[in-house]
Design a protein around this ligand. Structure first.
Ligand code: XMP
Length: 517
């Protein structure tokens, strides 16, 4: 197994919205972490040999019927456990304490007094600020536990067992608003669990290469579809290192890419791959599929089918191709459930448009399966990937087609592409840029009246869409400074003949989605 050599912490997912964040925070400390179901058995935990367990928070109340429970035998394994919020309540209750509705619900920033002599709070100032989000609290604990932190309304804001390595916090140390949360988590994984902290992207590279070599052995070539995005680019670099000449990359130019995108991919990969980079210019094929189509779902379906057809044809040309490399990430595969039994990660089916079906007959190679997006970016840096590709914002498989509302024609795509290039270039100059998840232009099928010089115009409308988000599941529109919006608007209306009006989208997700189609 890829990470067998490293210390590991398991995060039991009790349905918290922060479960993945906990896993990332632990990994940021150089300790490999995995998310597992809350009902994992003590035997299975033993088999996986973690150095520590974290019980996530969750929306349930321990005194509710059918609220999620952990295997109580976990508390006897001798493996250090940190219970967070609901996780703490569960642990306290399992060991004879009581949980009830808190006197005052605590949400947001809370002043907290901690016992700096506790191993969990080493180096943490006695007075700190923590982030809370709970309605329940531990009201009494068994004598073998002692309080190690309190807030004005929660005398048991954190507890520690007197003889076992069991700790619990009512607040959320994983959230940045908990001022010393990082130090607390570091104390838990490095001191209490004694993890060495040697899991780095540098070590990951060597292990991932070994794993790929082991999987493919001497059997045939790997085909990797480059999309222009960071995930597939990192996969390609990693595989190039792992198997060199036996990697073939296919980049489909579907005619729906952004300005400069084909050139950037060529510039990054041609010198590395030479003839093993196959750029398939299929723009006309896609555009003819889209002729006369205005329905968003039909657009997506046709693009999806065409992509598979083009990719298949290109792959068929490659001799001895046995494997297909994909940039699947950890959030797509994490085996986790919400407290109420459903998956806590919802994957929208339409997001698979632009992907490839399993029936292509290849064996899959997925070297990023264990990584989060920010880790993929760090890995890209480690592998020497160009910064423009590392920083690339997410871009949908169906490309500009879902940002070109109404019929997708070469002329309308050209307008959109130019407006989008201006939008991105100006946003990139603004100090707010690093906060932006996606910032782009959308072309509407609406004309409006304007005036230019002394003449009346009747031309297209363009929307600027700019959102901040952690994962694309929810998003808020970015408060881009007015001067930047003004510059974008003025440049588009001056430089892109055919657009005479620019509007700004101030809808969050939900209820809006990030893309317009
Ligand atoms: P929505 O529009 O649903 O998008 O709020 C959420 C995120 O997913 C991206 N997106 C896609 N990505 N294929 C993809 O690979 C798709 O078909 C697709 N549709 C939307 C979108 O850009 C945003 O980041």
């Amino acid at each position: 197994m890829l990470v067998a050599a490293h210390d590991k912490v398991l995060i039991l997912d009790l349905g918290s919205q922060y479960t993945q964040l906990i896993a990332r925070r632990v990994r940021e400390l150089g300790v490999y972490s995995e998310i597992v179901r809350f009902d994992i058995s003590a035997e299975e935990v033993k088999k996986r040999a973690p150095k520590g367990l974290v019980l996530s928070g969750g929306p349930a109340s321990v005194y509710e019927h059918a609220s999620p429970r952990i295997d109580a035998r976990l508390l006897d394994l001798g493996v250090p456990i940190l219970g967070i919020c609901y996780g703490l309540q569960l642990m306290a209750e399992a060991l004879g304490g009581a949980v009830g509705a808190a006197k005052a619900r605590e949400y947001g920033f809370t002043r907290c007094t901690v016992d700096p002599t506790s191993p969990l709070f080493q180096g943490v100032p006695a007075e700190t600020v923590v982030w809370n989000s709970h309605g329940d609290a531990v009201t009494t604990i068994e004598a073998s536990f002692k309080a190690i932190a309190r807030t004005a309304s929660t005398p048991l804001a954190a507890v520690a067992h007197t003889s076992r390595p069991l700790y619990g916090v009512q607040f959320h140390p994983e959230v940045v608003h908990s001022k010393d949360g990082k130090a607390m988590l570091a104390n838990f994984v490095k001191e209490i669990c004694a993890c060495s902290g040697d899991w780095t992207m540098g070590s990951f590279v060597g292990e991932a290469i070994d794993a790929v070599r082991k999987q493919v052995g001497e059997r045939g070539r790997i085909v990797c579809g480059l999309s222009g995005g960071v995930d597939s680019a990192v996969v390609a670099l990693l595989l190039d290192k792992a198997i060199g000449e036996r990697l073939e990359c296919i980049f489909v130019d579907n005619g729906l890419l952004r300005s400069g995108e084909v050139e950037e991919v060529e510039a990054a990969f041609r010198p590395r791959l030479g003839k093993r980079l196959h750029v398939i210019r299929a723009g006309e094929r896609f555009l003819s599929q889209l002729a006369g189509v205005t329905d968003p779902e039909v657009k997506r379906k046709r693009i999806g089918h065409e992509f598979i057809a083009v990719f298949k044809e290109a792959a068929r040309e490659l001799q001895d191709a046995k494997f297909l490399a994909q940039g699947t990430l950890y959030p797509d595969v994490v085996e986790s459930v919400s407290a109420f039994g459903g998956p806590s990660v919802t994957i929208k089916t339409h997001h698979n448009v632009g992907g490839l079906p399993k029936e292509l007959g290849f064996e899959l190679v997925e070297p990023l399966r264990q990584l989060f997006k920010d880790e993929v970016r760090r890995l890209g840096k480690e592998l020497g990937l160009e910064q423009v590709l590392i920083d690339r914002q997410p871009f949908p498989g169906p490309g500009l087609a879902v940002r070109c509302l109404g019929e997708v024609t070469p002329a309308r795509l050209d307008l959109l592409r130019r407006a989008d290039a201006i939008t991105r270039a100006e946003l990139a100059k603004d100090p707010i840029y690093p906060q932006i998840w996606q910032g782009f232009a959308v072309l509407l099928p609406i004309s409006s009246v304007g005036v230019m010089g002394d003449a009346r115009t009747y031309e297209s409308t363009c929307v600027l869409r700019c959102v901040e988000s952690q994962d694309g599941m929810t998003a808020d529109w970015v408060r881009v400074p007015h001067e930047t919006l003004a510059r974008i608007s003025s440049r588009i209306t001056n430089e892109v003949r055919g657009i005479n009006r620019v509007v700004y989208d101030i809808t969050s997700k939900p209820p809006g989605t990030i893309e317009w189609e």
